[in-house]
Design a protein around this ligand. Structure first.
Ligand SMILES: Cc1cc2nc3c(=O)[nH]c(=O)nc-3n(C[C@H](O)[C@H](O)[C@H](O)COP(=O)(O)OP(=O)(O)OC[C@H]3O[C@@H](n4cnc5c(N)ncnc54)[C@H](O)[C@@H]3O)c2cc1C
Ligand SMILES: NC(=O)c1ccc[n+]([C@@H]2O[C@H](COP(=O)([O-])OP(=O)(O)OC[C@H]3O[C@@H](n4cnc5c(N)ncnc54)[C@H](O)[C@@H]3O)[C@@H](O)[C@H]2O)c1
Length: 472
């Protein structure tokens, strides 16, 4: 057994672990990084990257049919499903070097391709290595949650870990779960020529603003996705190519393939956390606001920390703990400025609080500022007028923003900046937006906040009247 002493041990080379390892090593710490499976973790191999590459193919297919309204003859797309999967694999391959063992070794990180487990509060064993670290970061991510639905284990089913390997187009894809994975994949597959049925126990996209979610769902339905809400999958039966999902009320949904997308399970099983005195909760590892676990020398970040499960959150967590682990400075993770986007078409982006959350937190002090895509000239030119931006404002500062519509995820960036820096609505309104851009909706929303104050205000009218009388 080789004993290795190090400043920082990072367990898991996904979005969070890689950010910690790169940052710590470049700032002079001795870093050991463990990865039991693929470098790059979920995001690169089975998550964000392949899903967005697949969505890009689906958009291209959809664009063929969209031309008609723009004066260009629409046509049926010729989809080569295997070639689409080649494109997905090529995108992963193009990004992979950034997350590779070679790159990290080049940065001075000792990379060990083994699963690790704690043997004491400060030591982790990984294959033939025993690593003793001053600080350890658990960044082991999550895996698909497999619900205990009777019959599920008797049929072949897909998860995000196997879906992107499928080279033959599924004729009829059944999807259990109407969250972001279920709906992004539903629309991508319907656009690529599959029949798609989503079976959702509650309301689809139930964490999102209801009006924004309804717009996304209406679009998916219009494109042919069948979405059964308030319908829990209670039993599964059949065989490869002929699968049936039976709901609690006895409705039967028949298809050829089944995708399970009902949420995530934190990856803690292999870690032997008891040996380190690291406690867990129902959703993952218990952490405090500084992302420290019940063992103060051990941090947990990203999906395994059981909070928001996004690549940019794992990356943000990395920055938070680097400050504390490397410099010994106090450092806390905020959640009030975190964005998320669901990359359906239209996209749905949320930064900070939804309207309901804002009213729960701030009560009557919440004011709304809204602007509809319908009044944006570029959206009209592109015939992408469905959607809106809604800003929840408290004492002149945004506390939450909902955007649904074309490229909503891109427009979230500006508001992420505003919320992260506690900017005022007047500072957003002061921005000059290039005309005609869809991004102008943000400035117009800020303008909508001020227009009643300026245009429906008797004092302003009186002052202007007076000044106009005296101005030379
Ligand atoms: C289909 C899909 C689409 C998604 N799309 C988006 C998106 O568009 N935008 C977004 O922000 N997020 C998206 N996500 C979420 C995103 O992928 C995750 O939030 C992100 O990957 C979490 O990063 P992480 O570092 O916590 O974990 P991971 O990236 O999962 O990395 C954890 C790593 O730890 C390794 N590991 C586990 N246990 C051990 C051990 N004991 N020893 C050594 N190594 C271990 C694993 O093999 C893995 O490589 C998507 C997820 C899915 C499933
Ligand atoms: N664009 C993005 O950023 C993006 C995309 C995909 C995934 N993700 C991340 O991955 C996480 C997991 O996504 P997800 O969609 O798997 O999970 P989710 O928890 O968001 O949604 C799962 C859905 O499945 C439903 N469900 C559970 N059991 C069911 C049953 N028996 N029958 C029918 N429906 C059932 C739930 O009601 C829920 O709506 C997300 O929360 C997000 O953090 C992000």
């Amino acid at each position: 057994m080789e004993r290795i002493e190090t400043d920082l041990l990072v367990i898991g080379a996904g979005s969070g672990g890689l950010s910690v390892a790169a940052g710590a090593s470049q700032m002079g710490a001795r870093v050991v990084l463990l990865e039991g499976h693929e470098m790059g973790g979920d995001c690169l191999n089975y998550g964000c990257v392949p899903s967005k590459a697949l969505i890009a193919s689906a958009k291209a297919a959809h664009a063929c049919m969209r031309g008609a309204g723009l004066g260009v003859a629409g046509q049926e797309p010729q989809v080569d499903f295997a070639a689409v999967k080649d494109h997905v694999a090529a995108v992963i391959a193009q990004i992979a070097p950034v997350d590779s063992q070679d790159r990290f070794e080049g940065l001075g990180v000792r990379v060990i391709r083994e699963y690790g487990h704690f043997v004491s509060r400060t030591e982790v064993q990984a294959g033939p290595h025993l690593i003793a670290a001053r600080r350890t970061v658990i960044a082991t991510g999550s895996t698909p949650l497999i619900p205990p639905i009777p019959g599920l284990d008797s049929v072949p089913y897909l998860t995000n870990e196997t879906l992107f390997d499928l080279r033959e187009r599924p004729e009829h894809l059944l999807i259990i779960g109407g969250g972001p994975i279920g709906l992004e994949m539903a629309q991508a597959h319907v656009r690529l020529g599959c029949k798609v049925t989503v079976i959702e126990a509650a309301r689809a996209l139930n964490r999102e603003d209801p009006e924004a979610a309804a717009l996304v769902l209406a679009n998916l339905r219009a494109e042919g996705v069948e979405i059964a809400e308030e319908t829990a999958a209670a039993q599964i039966r059949g065989r490869a190519g002929a699968i049936e999902v039976v709901s609690a009320e006895g409705r039967i949904f028949a298809g050829t393939h089944l995708l399970v997308a009902v949420g995530r399970k934190a990856s803690t099983d292999r870690l032997n956390l008891d040996a380190a005195g690291v406690e867990t909760t129902r959703t993952g590892i218990r952490v405090d606001a500084s992302l420290r676990t019940s063992n103060r020398r051990v941090y947990a970040i990203g999906d395994v920390a059981g909070g928001l499960q996004f690549t940019h959150v794992a990356g943000y967590h990395a920055g938070v703990i680097l400050r504390s682990a490397l410099f010994g400075l106090p450092s806390k993770a905020r959640t009030d400025h975190i964005p998320r986007a669901t990359y359906t078409d239209p996209e749905l982006a949320q930064i900070g609080l939804t309207e309901a959350e804002a009213r729960d937190t701030h009560g009557d002090r919440v004011e709304l500022a809204r602007f509809d895509y319908l009044h944006n000239d570029r959206a009209i030119a592109e015939r992408r007028t469905e959607g809106f931006i809604k800003v929840m404002v408290v004492r002149g500062r945004p506390v939450g923003v909902t955007i649904v519509g074309h490229q909503a995820g891109e427009h979230a960036n500006l508001w992420s900046l505003a919320l992260a820096n506690n900017l005022k609505m007047s500072q957003v309104a002061a921005m000059v937006s290039p005309y005609p851009t869809i991004g102008e909706i943000s400035k117009r929303a800020a303008g909508a906040y001020f227009s009643p104050r300026l245009f429906e205000n008797q004092t302003v009218k009186r002052v202007v009247g007076l000044v106009q009388r005296w101005l030379p």
